[in-house]
Design a protein around this ligand. Structure first.
Ligand SMILES: [Zn+2]
Length: 342
């Protein structure tokens, strides 16, 4: 990246109210058929424009074409029955009604490749595309077929690799895998989670990222955070092995979080997409607050490897709030760029 401190978001952005019910996740589409396809593309254009207006350097689709960061990908696969639902505890935290794996999983067609091509046609800026990580996919399903989380993750990794290679060919610069599960199942992460992720990025030449966060600002997550105590040391469990991995970028939550900033030392050498925007509050950060978080991180991250970003996706926020937070991110990064030049 030629610019210093290139800014980006973790991924999702709010959907316009004419496309889907706002300020909620898993919200139903308000259009159908051809109108829905056109509406999703228009919403993508809107958020591309918003990101550009705010001065965001690495832009994304804002996940305007998907209902949910995990299930929309799974809907396109064979071997999963969405009519057969079971209630499972996901992220070891809250009950959710999820579809069932009933046979061998496979990808019959590309899932997001046309959407990525559409984004690519609309900008010459670097683009980032998010996919769910294999472990988080496993953790959002009931498995009646493989009966092994590890084996199912491995099958998903192969499928994700097929999709990622086609996204790369479509011109995506950074492919990001969302793995909130990495903050919960530490033994599994170290046993097979990171290995599965490495299988998913096999043979890619574009940059690859893993996003590990404490989740959207929904109640189940904010309640969970209250139980984590004054120091959140979850990252400490997975950083050593991630540092050794082939992933280029690690995307993390830092703003208003109780993550001790010195844990970043454990992944020194990696590029860090640092969450400097809290997505669990409607309060818009001031540029100076963003700058203060970046300044702290620079004690442990080399300046050419710091990528200011958001803690997580902003899908559940109001559009005005998300827009304000994009502007704050951009302005905060600019404060530090100016300091570095001085
Ligand atoms: Zn997240």
């Amino acid at each position: 990246m030629s610019i210093l401190l290139p800014t980006s978001t973790a991924g999702s952005l709010p959907k316009p109210s004419w496309l889907a019910e706002p300020e909620t996740i898993w919200s139903a589409w308000r259009l159908e058929g051809e109108a829905l396809i056109e509406g999703k593309q228009d919403a993508l254009r809107v958020w591309l424009h918003e990101q550009q207006q705010a001065g965001i350097d690495i832009v994304s689709d804002g996940e305007q074409t998907r209902q949910h960061f995990v299930t929309t990908f799974i809907e396109h696969l064979d071997g999963v029955d969405f009519t057969q639902r079971e209630t499972v505890k996901i992220r070891d935290r809250y009950d959710a009604s999820v579809p069932t794996v009933v046979g061998a999983v496979s990808r019959k067609n590309p899932v997001f490749v046309d959407d990525a091509k559409f984004l690519r046609q609309n900008t010459t800026q670097p683009i980032k595309w998010a996919l769910p990580g294999p472990m988080t996919m496993v953790d959002t399903l009931y498995d009646a077929h493989y009966k092994s989380r590890e084996q199912l993750a491995w099958e998903f990794a192969v499928i994700l690799n097929q999709e990622a290679r086609e996204l790369e060919a479509a011109g995506v610069d950074i492919i990001q895998f969302d793995e909130p599960s990495f903050n919960v199942f530490f033994d599994e992460v170290n046993d097979w989670g990171i290995a599965a992720l490495e299988r998913a990025v096999e043979g890619l030449n574009c940059e690859t990222a893993v996003h590990i966060c404490y989740g959207y600002g929904i109640k189940a997550n904010t309640d969970w955070k209250k139980t984590l105590g004054s120091e959140w040391r979850q990252y400490e469990e997975v950083f050593p092995k991630l540092q050794q991995s082939s992933l280029d970028i690690i995307s993390l939550e830092c703003q208003n979080s109780h993550v001790p900033i010195d844990l970043l030392e454990l992944i020194r050498g990696k590029k860090i997409m640092l969450g400097a925007i809290d997505v669990a509050t409607n309060t818009i950060e001031t540029p100076e607050e963003v700058a203060a978080t970046l300044r702290k991180a620079l004690q442990f991250v080399d300046v050419d490897k710091l990528y200011p970003s958001t803690n997580c996706g902003m899908a559940p926020l109001a559009r005005e709030v998300a827009r304000g937070k994009l502007n704050a991110l951009s302005a905060g990064a600019e404060i530090i760029r100016r300091e570095l030049k001085a």
